[in-house]
Design a protein. Structure first.
Length: 212
Protein backbone atom coordinates (compact mmCIF):
# COMPACT_ATOMS: atom_id res chain seq x y z
CA UNK A 1 0.00 0.00 0.00
CA UNK A 2 1.34 3.44 -0.94
CA UNK A 3 2.23 5.53 2.08
CA UNK A 4 2.66 9.26 2.50
CA UNK A 5 4.68 10.44 5.49
CA UNK A 6 2.27 11.91 8.01
CA UNK A 7 4.31 13.50 10.81
CA UNK A 8 1.21 14.06 12.97
CA UNK A 9 0.12 10.42 12.81
CA UNK A 10 2.25 9.16 15.72
CA UNK A 11 0.92 11.83 18.08
CA UNK A 12 -2.68 11.02 17.21
CA UNK A 13 -2.06 7.30 17.72
CA UNK A 14 -0.48 8.05 21.11
CA UNK A 15 -3.50 10.21 22.01
CA UNK A 16 -5.88 7.24 21.59
CA UNK A 17 -4.55 4.43 23.79
CA UNK A 18 -8.09 3.11 24.30
CA UNK A 19 -8.41 2.29 20.59
CA UNK A 20 -4.90 1.63 19.34
CA UNK A 21 -2.14 -0.31 21.04
CA UNK A 22 1.42 0.65 20.14
CA UNK A 23 2.94 -1.79 22.64
CA UNK A 24 1.01 -5.03 22.10
CA UNK A 25 3.61 -7.03 24.09
CA UNK A 26 2.21 -5.44 27.25
CA UNK A 27 -1.29 -6.75 26.40
CA UNK A 28 -0.31 -10.38 25.88
CA UNK A 29 -2.97 -12.56 27.56
CA UNK A 30 -5.04 -9.46 28.45
CA UNK A 31 -6.78 -8.47 25.22
CA UNK A 32 -10.23 -9.11 26.68
CA UNK A 33 -9.60 -6.29 29.14
CA UNK A 34 -8.80 -3.96 26.20
CA UNK A 35 -12.38 -4.56 25.02
CA UNK A 36 -13.91 -4.80 28.48
CA UNK A 37 -15.66 -8.11 27.76
CA UNK A 38 -14.96 -11.79 27.07
CA UNK A 39 -16.37 -11.90 23.53
CA UNK A 40 -14.37 -13.82 20.89
CA UNK A 41 -11.46 -11.93 19.33
CA UNK A 42 -10.86 -11.95 15.56
CA UNK A 43 -7.74 -10.32 14.15
CA UNK A 44 -7.02 -9.00 10.67
CA UNK A 45 -3.30 -9.11 9.90
CA UNK A 46 -2.34 -6.26 7.55
CA UNK A 47 -5.53 -4.31 8.10
CA UNK A 48 -4.53 -1.30 6.00
CA UNK A 49 -7.03 1.55 6.34
CA UNK A 50 -9.49 -0.57 8.32
CA UNK A 51 -12.53 -0.66 6.04
CA UNK A 52 -12.99 -4.42 6.52
CA UNK A 53 -12.75 -4.61 10.32
CA UNK A 54 -14.90 -1.53 10.73
CA UNK A 55 -17.57 -3.16 8.52
CA UNK A 56 -17.26 -6.49 10.30
CA UNK A 57 -17.49 -4.78 13.68
CA UNK A 58 -20.75 -3.09 12.73
CA UNK A 59 -22.20 -6.32 11.37
CA UNK A 60 -21.15 -8.46 14.36
CA UNK A 61 -21.37 -6.48 17.60
CA UNK A 62 -20.72 -9.55 19.77
CA UNK A 63 -17.29 -10.17 18.21
CA UNK A 64 -14.21 -8.12 19.11
CA UNK A 65 -12.05 -7.12 16.12
CA UNK A 66 -8.37 -6.21 16.21
CA UNK A 67 -6.71 -4.82 13.10
CA UNK A 68 -2.92 -5.18 12.97
CA UNK A 69 -0.96 -2.86 10.69
CA UNK A 70 2.73 -2.12 10.27
CA UNK A 71 2.66 1.58 9.40
CA UNK A 72 1.55 4.68 11.36
CA UNK A 73 0.73 6.52 8.14
CA UNK A 74 -1.77 3.82 7.08
CA UNK A 75 -3.32 2.78 10.40
CA UNK A 76 -4.11 6.43 11.15
CA UNK A 77 -6.94 6.26 8.58
CA UNK A 78 -8.32 3.14 10.32
CA UNK A 79 -8.19 5.02 13.63
CA UNK A 80 -10.08 7.99 12.14
CA UNK A 81 -12.77 5.64 10.81
CA UNK A 82 -13.23 3.92 14.18
CA UNK A 83 -13.32 7.23 16.09
CA UNK A 84 -15.84 8.63 13.59
CA UNK A 85 -18.12 5.66 14.16
CA UNK A 86 -17.61 5.25 17.90
CA UNK A 87 -17.49 1.44 17.42
CA UNK A 88 -16.35 -0.10 20.72
CA UNK A 89 -15.73 -3.62 19.39
CA UNK A 90 -13.08 -2.60 16.81
CA UNK A 91 -9.55 -1.76 17.95
CA UNK A 92 -6.07 -1.58 16.44
CA UNK A 93 -2.51 -2.72 16.93
CA UNK A 94 0.34 -0.89 15.22
CA UNK A 95 2.91 -3.66 15.00
CA UNK A 96 4.72 -6.18 12.80
CA UNK A 97 2.95 -9.55 12.52
CA UNK A 98 6.34 -11.24 12.33
CA UNK A 99 6.43 -10.97 16.13
CA UNK A 100 2.81 -11.99 16.66
CA UNK A 101 3.78 -14.61 19.28
CA UNK A 102 4.99 -11.74 21.51
CA UNK A 103 1.55 -10.11 21.39
CA UNK A 104 -0.85 -12.99 22.06
CA UNK A 105 -1.03 -15.84 24.53
CA UNK A 106 -1.51 -19.41 23.29
CA UNK A 107 -5.16 -19.87 22.27
CA UNK A 108 -6.10 -16.22 22.93
CA UNK A 109 -7.53 -15.57 19.45
CA UNK A 110 -10.63 -17.02 17.79
CA UNK A 111 -10.00 -16.28 14.10
CA UNK A 112 -7.38 -14.77 11.77
CA UNK A 113 -8.29 -12.79 8.66
CA UNK A 114 -5.75 -12.19 5.91
CA UNK A 115 -7.03 -9.84 3.23
CA UNK A 116 -5.04 -8.88 0.14
CA UNK A 117 -1.75 -9.63 1.84
CA UNK A 118 1.38 -8.42 0.07
CA UNK A 119 2.18 -11.16 -2.52
CA UNK A 120 6.00 -11.03 -2.36
CA UNK A 121 6.16 -12.69 -5.82
CA UNK A 122 9.91 -13.40 -5.86
CA UNK A 123 10.78 -16.89 -4.67
CA UNK A 124 13.59 -15.56 -2.48
CA UNK A 125 10.96 -13.52 -0.54
CA UNK A 126 8.56 -16.45 0.04
CA UNK A 127 9.27 -16.41 3.78
CA UNK A 128 7.72 -12.92 3.98
CA UNK A 129 4.35 -14.12 2.66
CA UNK A 130 1.81 -14.10 5.48
CA UNK A 131 0.74 -17.65 4.52
CA UNK A 132 4.26 -19.08 4.68
CA UNK A 133 4.56 -22.15 6.93
CA UNK A 134 6.41 -20.11 9.58
CA UNK A 135 3.41 -17.73 9.85
CA UNK A 136 0.93 -20.65 9.88
CA UNK A 137 2.80 -22.08 12.89
CA UNK A 138 2.45 -18.77 14.71
CA UNK A 139 -1.27 -18.40 13.89
CA UNK A 140 -1.89 -21.97 15.07
CA UNK A 141 -0.28 -21.13 18.42
CA UNK A 142 -2.29 -17.98 19.12
CA UNK A 143 -5.57 -19.47 17.85
CA UNK A 144 -7.93 -21.61 19.91
CA UNK A 145 -8.04 -25.31 18.99
CA UNK A 146 -9.13 -25.93 15.40
CA UNK A 147 -8.92 -22.21 14.69
CA UNK A 148 -9.63 -20.77 11.28
CA UNK A 149 -7.94 -18.49 8.78
CA UNK A 150 -10.15 -16.62 6.33
CA UNK A 151 -8.17 -15.40 3.35
CA UNK A 152 -9.04 -13.19 0.35
CA UNK A 153 -6.91 -11.96 -2.50
CA UNK A 154 -7.02 -10.88 -6.13
CA UNK A 155 -3.60 -12.44 -6.69
CA UNK A 156 -3.88 -15.88 -8.29
CA UNK A 157 -0.23 -16.71 -7.60
CA UNK A 158 -0.53 -15.91 -3.90
CA UNK A 159 -3.82 -17.81 -3.69
CA UNK A 160 -2.30 -20.93 -5.24
CA UNK A 161 0.77 -20.64 -3.03
CA UNK A 162 -1.43 -20.27 0.07
CA UNK A 163 -3.63 -23.25 -0.83
CA UNK A 164 -0.48 -25.31 -1.22
CA UNK A 165 1.15 -24.01 1.97
CA UNK A 166 -1.97 -24.60 4.09
CA UNK A 167 -2.64 -28.00 2.54
CA UNK A 168 0.97 -29.07 3.20
CA UNK A 169 0.52 -27.89 6.79
CA UNK A 170 -2.45 -30.25 7.10
CA UNK A 171 -5.18 -27.63 7.25
CA UNK A 172 -8.74 -28.48 6.22
CA UNK A 173 -10.47 -26.30 3.62
CA UNK A 174 -14.09 -25.56 4.41
CA UNK A 175 -14.90 -23.09 1.74
CA UNK A 176 -13.00 -22.14 -1.39
CA UNK A 177 -14.26 -19.64 -3.95
CA UNK A 178 -12.51 -18.88 -7.22
CA UNK A 179 -14.83 -15.94 -7.90
CA UNK A 180 -16.17 -14.57 -4.63
CA UNK A 181 -18.27 -11.79 -6.12
CA UNK A 182 -20.16 -14.27 -8.29
CA UNK A 183 -20.68 -16.75 -5.44
CA UNK A 184 -23.53 -14.82 -3.81
CA UNK A 185 -21.79 -15.08 -0.45
CA UNK A 186 -22.32 -12.37 2.17
CA UNK A 187 -19.14 -10.28 2.04
CA UNK A 188 -17.64 -7.17 3.64
CA UNK A 189 -15.28 -5.57 1.13
CA UNK A 190 -11.80 -4.29 1.88
CA UNK A 191 -10.26 -1.23 0.20
CA UNK A 192 -8.11 -3.36 -2.06
CA UNK A 193 -11.04 -5.58 -2.91
CA UNK A 194 -13.08 -2.56 -4.06
CA UNK A 195 -10.18 -1.20 -6.07
CA UNK A 196 -9.32 -4.45 -7.86
CA UNK A 197 -12.84 -5.72 -8.44
CA UNK A 198 -13.76 -2.35 -10.02
CA UNK A 199 -10.91 -3.00 -12.47
CA UNK A 200 -12.48 -6.38 -13.32
CA UNK A 201 -10.14 -8.61 -11.28
CA UNK A 202 -11.73 -11.71 -9.79
CA UNK A 203 -11.47 -12.22 -6.05
CA UNK A 204 -10.36 -15.54 -4.57
CA UNK A 205 -11.39 -16.57 -1.07
CA UNK A 206 -10.90 -19.52 1.28
CA UNK A 207 -11.62 -20.61 4.82
CA UNK A 208 -9.10 -23.04 6.24
CA UNK A 209 -9.05 -24.73 9.63
CA UNK A 210 -6.18 -26.14 11.69
CA UNK A 211 -6.58 -29.82 12.54
CA UNK A 212 -5.69 -29.39 16.21
N1 LIG B 1 -6.16 -5.62 4.12
C1 LIG B 1 -6.21 -4.33 3.44
C2 LIG B 1 -7.11 -4.41 2.23
O1 LIG B 1 -7.45 -5.53 1.82
O2 LIG B 1 -7.47 -3.35 1.70
C3 LIG B 1 -4.79 -3.84 3.07
C4 LIG B 1 -4.07 -4.67 2.03
S1 LIG B 1 -2.41 -4.06 1.70
C5 LIG B 1 -2.00 -4.79 0.19
C6 LIG B 1 -1.43 -5.01 2.85
C7 LIG B 1 -1.26 -4.32 4.19
O3 LIG B 1 -0.59 -5.21 5.08
C8 LIG B 1 -0.43 -3.05 4.12
O4 LIG B 1 -1.12 -1.99 4.74
C9 LIG B 1 0.85 -3.43 4.87
O5 LIG B 1 1.45 -2.33 5.51
C10 LIG B 1 0.35 -4.48 5.84
N2 LIG B 1 1.39 -5.42 6.28
C11 LIG B 1 2.27 -6.07 5.48
N3 LIG B 1 3.08 -6.84 6.22
C12 LIG B 1 2.70 -6.69 7.52
C13 LIG B 1 3.17 -7.22 8.74
N4 LIG B 1 4.21 -8.06 8.78
N5 LIG B 1 2.56 -6.85 9.89
C14 LIG B 1 1.51 -5.98 9.86
N6 LIG B 1 1.02 -5.44 8.71
C15 LIG B 1 1.61 -5.79 7.56
Amino acid sequence: MRQRFKPWAKEKLLDNPGVVSLEPESMKGKWSSFFGNDNPIHIEVGTGKGQFIKGMGKQNPSINYLGMELYDSIIITALDRILEDGTSNVKLIRADATHILDYFETGEIDRVYLNFSDPWPKKKHAKRRLTHESFLERYETILKKQGEIHFKTDNQGLFEYSLHSMSKYGMIFQDVSLDLHKSGMDNVMTEYEEKFSEKGFRIYRMEAQFRS
